[in-house]
Ligand binder design. Structure first.
Ligand code: NAP
Length: 245
């Protein structure tokens, strides 16, 4: 797979799946707009990827109304985009009695509203090349109830529903959109989650193919970005090690 002369925007590129994807596309010759929200995340990206080839974008997705200005100031329309992959994920685990509306709005903003906002920005005339492919990272939480993950699950379900609508709407512009429904993947966030637990990971009892690797998700993203998936749009594609079977 060749990504030379392709410009790919990766949001949430500083960790886990996004970082693995960025390393892979860099090795395949692609040019990237690499996003993180924290200073630490941006410094990691600048220290890893060649600043003369790639550009860097820092923005807090919990504040979607600030995104367009941030994009205009930092990136603008200098590079026409061939792919957009959104790996940003704000997790939350709260029972309903502690699930205040401020937290729900923060999670929906970071995981869903900003996803739409990025799509709105990138699908403007002169911002993208014909054949633009958009990939959102969803979760098994959107399909299978989990106690306490209400806000996170709703944000991912909203992303998948919006993907189906936008696939029909943006087909006229030759833009495709899909989501990947991730099961448990071995990332920094997973290690942090396991440190808070005293028992084993019950998800893995149902995810019978074991814990996923970031590269296994990256390989599906590469397929969805490329021409080989040109007949697929609006789909929620599982990368769940059998969890939802
Ligand atoms: N890992 C899994 O097992 C799993 C399972 C199902 C779904 N997913 C989904 O897969 C995606 C990637 O997950 P991951 O575990 O690889 O990485 P992650 O640890 O969730 O981090 C992904 C990125 O999100 C960025 N981020 C966090 N808060 C943000 C905010 N408020 N605004 C903008 N960016 C923000 C982080 O940048 P900074 O650090 O710079 O803030 C980081 O680059 C997420 O959407 C997640 O929900 C993961």
């Amino acid at each position: 797979m060749n990504f030379e002369n392709k410009v790919i925007v990766i949001c949430g590129a500083s960790k886990g799946i996004g970082f693995n994807l960025a390393q892979t596309i860099d090795a395949l010759g692609g040019t990237m707009v690499l996003h993180a929200s924290s200073d630490e995340g941006i410094q990691k990206l600048k220290g890893t990827f060649e600043p003369n080839k790639h550009v860097f974008f820092q923005a807090n997705f919990a504040e979607p109304t600030q995104l367009e200005q941030a994009w205009q100031e930092q990136i603008g329309s200098a590079q026409k985009v061939d792919g957009f992959v959104n790996c940003v994920g704000l997790r939350s685990r709260r029972p309903i009695n502690l699930l205040k509306s401020e937290l729900v709005l923060e999670v929906l903003s970071a995981n869903f509203v900003s996803h739409l906002e990025m799509i709105r920005i990138l699908t403007k005339k002169n911002f993208y090349n014909t054949g633009l492919s958009i990939v959102g990272i969803s979760s098994i939480a959107a399909h299978s109830g989990g106690a306490g993950v209400t806000a996170y699950a709703a944000s991912k379900a909203a992303m998948e529903a919006a993907t189906r609508c936008l696939a029909k709407e943006l087909h006229k512009k030759e833009i495709r959109l899909n989501t990947i429904v991730c099961g448990q993947i071995h990332t920094e966030a997973y290690d942090a989650f396991m440190e808070t637990k005293t028992d084993s990971d019950q998800v893995l009892e149902r995810q019978f193919m074991g814990l996923g690797k970031p590269q296994e998700v990256t390989d599906i993203i590469l397929f969805l970005l490329g021409n080989q998936s040109r007949f697929i749009t609006g789909a929620s594609i599982p990368a769940d090690g059998g969890y939802l079977v």
